[in-house]
Design a protein around this ligand. Structure first.
Ligand SMILES: N#Cc1c(-c2ccc3cc[nH]c3c2)n[nH]c1N
Length: 230
């Protein structure tokens, strides 16, 4: 799978792409991530401005339409398949596990990361991206949101998580409507807190029943909204 990230701050992604599961997936060529600096598409002046004041007044600046559309069109010319375009914005559809599973079936995603007050409206009108938000809070730009999406999608790709790390029991995975059960490893007791006996009983049926009960109890306590019919 390939991600093309259009951003004013490509360096933000450097460290992120070399660490952990994503770093390994890139090394194993299961994933490609290409950053595209919008400033490379700015008017060829010394300052290379990509932002300007909003018509009609108001605070802050907007990213101009021209560098963005030129950048996206240039990126698309490099590959035969047209990428699925995602614009990160607080006004977007809420990102969730179902959306992550859907994105994971796309061969290529283009993530448009804004800054300032966002993009000129014509970027949306011309490129017709899917507008996505990662939650009801305000960030300073789309890059962190893009990393959240890359992180959630990459772990779903075949071969990225080994069998021992399968995502099948994860909260929210593949239609799971229950939060994941509590997990324990060695030591069997720490500061008076012991691992529940059932987990060391070897009785797999009892373990499964305990985990189901714990998931249901945890979901009722923390996220009862997940139990309501849609
Ligand atoms: N996705 C998302 C976002 C953002 C976001 C995205 C892009 C820009 C560009 C300037 N400010 C931004 C905030 N804030 N909160 C979210 N859930």
């Amino acid at each position: 799978m390939r991600f093309d990230i259009v951003t004013l701050f490509p360096a933000i992604f450097e460290g992120y792409m070399t660490q952990g599961l994503l770093g390994k997936a890139i090394q194993r060529e299961l994933v490609q991530i290409h950053q595209h600096d919008l400033r490379d598409w700015a008017p060829q002046t010394t300052h290379k401005p990509v932002d300007d004041k909003p018509f009609g007044g108001g605070p802050g600046m907007l990213i101009q339409v021209e560098p963005t559309v030129n950048c996206v069109e240039a990126v698309e010319k490099k590959a035969d398949q047209s990428a699925r375009r995602i614009l990160l914005t607080p006004q977007g559809k809420r990102f969730d596990q179902r959306m992550a599973e859907d994105f994971a079936t796309s061969g290529r995603l283009m993530l448009l990361c804004g800054r300032y007050e966002g993009f000129d409206q014509r970027v949306t009108d011309i490129l017709e991206p899917e507008e996505v938000s990662i939650g009801d809070f305000v960030l300073n730009g789309g890059e962190v949101a893009a990393m959240v999406i890359v992180d959630a999608v990459v772990r779903l790709l075949p071969g990225v998580l080994g069998d021992e790390n399968s995502s099948i029991d994860d909260s929210f995975s593949r239609g799971n409507r229950l939060l994941e059960f509590p997990q324990y490893t060695r030591p069997r007791e720490f500061r008076g807190h012991a691992v529940p006996d059932v987990l060391t009983s070897g009785d797999h049926k009892a373990i499964a029943a305990w985990r189901e009960q714990q998931s249901l109890q945890r979901t009722k306590q923390r996220r009862s909204d997940l139990l309501r019919d849609e």
